[in-house]
Design a protein around this ligand. Structure first.
Ligand code: 7TS
Length: 401
């Protein structure tokens, strides 16, 4: 992997050579190929798909559906199993509102965890509230990890759904998901996997994992904003009701009846996110050309180097020193995470501070928030140096008071 060459694919990094962009868990930067694909659609097409009866619309439709095919191949799904959404949040909510509200009954149990992003656990809190079902949390181990053993403690014959993250956006831990999925299936439960922090960073094959649903966002894997994916097993999606109705998803409509198109179109009401899908497909091709295994290995290596440097500084609490992905959550003793982040900004280091939309794990860590640095394949050891300089500066500055 030639990182310096790859960095040159990103206009933001070309424009500002001093920028250390370490907020990749929030959003990844965009390479030229993605920007060009979006630009090409708007510049040379800019027309709607599916409904046009003219050449330009046929071609735009081909590009949109070709994008679905590319993305399906990226995660080893079937073409019809890829539903385009606004992002991971909408995908996760779609599963809860369609599958959840129609299948969960009073007395049923749903399992989630304290490692979830709000978009993963909140929709199920709501389903359980509406349906009088029980929401159970997998007890985390002393490091804050989900383990197979602790999962077994909450799994029962009443479990109907497991809503769980593959990689935590605060701790960067990889959930032992294969075993969990197997156990869930043994009691007849379905697994809704939040892949927002996994799909951009590791090889993922939905057939091999055997997850029932997988949700992710395009913008975290170098794609455009406003596009995401819900993968669902075809037989599950076929049996599910749409939650949005209207243009493009309808088949036959009369005053007394309405039917819908087949999966995945019945879940895509209205004009689709055409440019977003085309851009996301380009991002998938780009990541594939780099190699997801190379990306995972490189990020882990960078994070280990950064953690080793952080450990040399007194008064730093690292919450996830042993995580296996590129996320580091920490605090500087006596410094509010947002105050720390403002010093980083002066050093041109982009990081995030706060609860990262994951208040359950923040509470579990007994803190008000963390400072989070998150790496991607275009980060370098130079970025680590700037990051460590920022930590020292924040510590020195606030240490005066
Ligand atoms: N699930 C996880 C694990 C996430 O990290 C995020 C976004 C989402 C779901 C929701 O994705 P969205 O694209 O629909 O917003 N996480 C973060 C973050 O950690 N910092 O900013 C957004």
């Amino acid at each position: 992997m030639d990182v310096l060459k790859l960095r040159n694919d990103f206009p933001v990094l070309r424009k500002d050579k001093n920028l250390a962009y370490l907020d990749n868990a929030a959003m990844a930067l965009k390479p030229d190929c993605v920007i060009n694909a979006v630009d090409n659609y708007y510049r040379n097409y800019g027309v709607n798909v599916h409904r046009g009866v003219y050449q330009l619309s046929f071609e735009a439709t081909d590009m949109y559906e070709e994008a679905r095919k590319t993305i399906a191949e990226f995660i080893n799904a079937k073409f019809e199993e890829v539903v385009f959404t606004r992002g991971a949040s909408q995908s996760l909510n779609l599963v809860a509102q369609s599958y959840g509200l129609n299948n969960i009954k009073e007395g049923d149990e749903v399992i989630t965890t304290e490692l979830e992003h709000h978009s993963s656990n909140m929709p199920w809190f709501n389903v359980c509230k509406v349906k009088n079902a029980t929401l159970k949390y997998v007890p985390l181990d002393s490091e804050g990890r989900i383990t197979v053993e602790s999962f077994k403690k909450v799994l029962t014959k009443k479990t109907k759904v497991v809503a769980i993250t593959y990689v935590s956006n605060v701790m960067g831990y990889v959930t032992p998901i294969r075993e969990i999925i197997k156990l869930a299936h043994e009691v007849g439960a379905v697994v809704s996997l939040d892949g927002a922090q996994a799909v951009p960073h590791m090889n993922l094959d939905v057939k091999e994992l055997d997850c029932d649903f997988l949700s992710f966002s395009g913008h975290k894997l170098c794609g455009p904003t406003g596009i995401g994916v819900l993968y669902g097993k075809k037989e599950l999606l076929d049996a599910m009701e749409p939650i949005e109705f209207g243009g493009d998803m309808a088949d036959t409509v009369t005053t007394t009846s309405q039917t819908y198109k087949a999966t995945p179109y019945k879940f895509e009401a209205g004009t689709p996110i055409i440019a977003g899908a085309i851009g996301l497909a380009e991002a998938c091709k780009y990541l594939k050309s780099i190699g997801l295994d190379n990306i995972a290995k490189y990020e882990k290596d960078l994070r280990d180097k950064a953690v080793a440097e952080l450990k040399k500084i007194d008064g730093i609490k690292i919450y996830n020193p042993n995580a296996e992905t590129g996320i580091i959550s920490f605090n500087i003793d006596g410094v509010h995470p947002h105050d720390a982040a403002s010093v980083f900004d002066e050093y041109k280091v982009c990081i995030r501070a706060g609860h990262h939309c994951a208040q359950l794990i923040t509470a579990w860590l007994k803190t008000i928030g963390t400072v989070r640095a998150s790496f991607y394949f275009y980060n370098t050891e130079e970025d680590i140096k700037k990051f460590i300089d920022g930590v020292r500066a924040a510590k020195d500055f606030f240490g005066q008071f």
